[in-house]
Design a protein around this ligand. Structure first.
Ligand SMILES: Nc1nc2c(ncn2[C@@H]2O[C@H](COP(=O)(O)OP(=O)(O)O)[C@@H](O)[C@H]2O)c(=O)[nH]1
Ligand SMILES: [Mg+2]
Length: 468
């Protein structure tokens, strides 16, 4: 009995996200456009009192509460003493057909920093509360407008730096990942129904041939989870870029190379050895591939604490690099670390300063010769970087790609799934199998937010900007 009750409460918790609308009490407001000057800024109000707040601050031909949904009206926003704040266009979006699923008011005002702040201030004075980062999207999720993967896609969409990343985020927003996860969940629920039936009618147990079928189905769910897990690397690259680390002796031209690839003078370049003491990161878009380029402190024996820390950071970046650019000054002698280098295909050796005469140490040395001063050899370098990325399968192609949070959930699901498989193989009583399957179901549900969601919401929505 007890076990049954527990299962039922599990199921009702499953309903929390998505299937049942939740009305959050407070009405929130924020400026939804980026800070700074623009032609127009958008202020949004969402919640049960959104229209009431609009009534208080808007003066036009009609009160906002009489507006048809989704139609813009011209008018003025006034402050507490009826003084004009700005001329605006205002529209109301009635629940549930709005972004948040609640009553939503959108005010397009003039884009000055102060003007939009004053419009927001008027909203707050009229009873709205300032929204937290991501709170509009959080409400959309809580009201069942989107699952958690779609909400996360909104962040990815905002941050996308390449067309492919954008397409991937759009598809996730359309629910492609959510659909896949939904299918896996359905399969778990159906498997659990079978197992639970044999718990409820123990005299029948699981027949051997049925056991075989269940095991085969479990195997195929595991495969599907495995296939999604395999997209994690692609997801990381779409969101964060391929990590390319530039390293080598001091004064080899590392910072010059970063600036060249970036197309502007990001880092200080100087003939003084040990100028760069920290790692510097910049994103570039190399023919559609997002690349996170790292410039590092030059390798040399140093007595300065700061520089030694910089060199330690260089070593650390090298460990997590997808690709390393090992650069040397061809005008200088060959540094000792060149002799013991081990290349597994993830390192490109560069001889810089090919505009200067070559030191005899480099005679017949195989390397790509470039000059950051004249730009010679740089197109070849870009080609080589892309070739290595393709060879190592780092080039993002799949548009369904999970993020690290999804990976964590799916890994746990797979572990539980494997335990359930073992339990089945060892012909343990169905109770054991059910426990593991339930855990797998919960872990998969976390991906789309179909479980007890409180603890994951903060971490997901905290990454948003205010007003989204
Ligand atoms: N002649 C020549 N000088 C270069 C070239 N690349 C860099 N330099 C110079 O080499 C010095 C060190 O460059 P920098 O990029 O700061 O090297 P880092 O210490 O490896 O970051 C600077 O004076 C640069 O102007 C090049 O291709 N040709
Ligand atoms: Mg430097």
């Amino acid at each position: 009995m007890h076990r049954r009750a527990e299962r039922d409460s599990e199921r009702s918790r499953d309903l929390i996200a998505g299937e049942q609308p939740i009305t959050v009490g407070e009405t929130i407001a924020a400026i939804s456009t980026p800070a700074g000057e623009g032609a127009i800024a958008l202020v949004r109000i969402s919640g049960v009192n959104a229209v009431h707040v609009a009534n208080k601050i808007f003066r036009g031909k009609e009160k906002p509460s009489r507006f048809a949904s989704h139609v813009q009206h011209f008018g003025e926003i006034v402050d507490a003493s009826e003084r004009l704040v700005d001329q605006v266009m205002l529209s109301i979006h009635q629940a549930p057909t709005s972004y948040t699923g609640e009553d939503l008011v959108e005010i397009s005002c003039h884009g000055g920093v102060l003007v939009s702040a004053n419009v927001l201030e008027a909203c707050l004075r009229a009873g709205a509360r300032a929204a937290r980062p991501g709170e509009f999207t959080e409400r959309a999720f809580l009201n069942g407008k989107m699952d958690l993967t779609q909400a996360e896609a909104v962040i990815d969409l905002i941050r996308a730096k390449t067309d492919l990343a954008l397409r991937s985020a759009t598809e996730q927003l359309e629910g492609r990942l959510g659909e896949k996860i939904g299918k896996i969940r359905c399969e778990f629920i159906s498997l659990l129904a079978h197992i639970n039936a044999s718990i409820d009618f123990p005299e029948e147990g699981i027949a051997p041939d049925e056991g075989e079928k269940l095991l085969a189905r479990l195997d195929s769910v595991c495969e599907e989870i495995g296939a999604l897990l395999a997209t994690a690397d692609q997801g990381r690259i779409l969101r964060e870029g391929v990590r390319v680390v530039i390293y080598g002796a001091t004064n080899a031209g590392k910072s010059s190379l970063l600036n060249q690839l970036l197309g502007y003078e990001r880092v200080i370049v100087s003939e003084t050895h040990g100028t760069t003491r920290d790692t510097i990161e910049e994103m570039i878009n190399l023919r559609g591939v997002p690349i996170r380029l790292l410039d590092t402190a030059g390798l040399r024996t140093s007595t300065s604490n700061v520089e030694r820390e910089g060199i330690a950071r260089t070593e650390k970046s090298l460990q997590t690099a997808d690709l390393r650019l090992h650069i040397a000054d061809r005008n200088a002698s060959r540094p000792s670390h060149f002799d013991k280098r081990a290349d597994n295909g993830s390192e490109i050796v560069l001889l810089n300063k090919s505009d200067l005469p070559e030191h005899h140490d480099w005679k017949h040395f195989e390397a790509l010769r470039i000059s950051c001063a004249t730009g010679e050899g740089l197109p070849d370098l870009e080609k080589e970087i892309l070739a290595r990325i393709t060879k190592q399968n780092l080039k993002p192609e799949s548009t369904v790609a999970i993020n690290t949070r999804h990976r964590d959930c799916l890994r746990r699901a797979l572990e539980s799934c494997n335990r359930a498989r073992m339990a089945m193989r060892d012909r343990l009583t169905p109770e054991y199998i059910a426990v593991d399957l339930n855990e797998a179901l919960c872990a998969v549900g976390e991906v789309i937010g179909a479980v007890d969601v409180e603890q994951i919401l903060d971490s997901v929505f905290g990454q948003f900007c205010i007003g989204k």
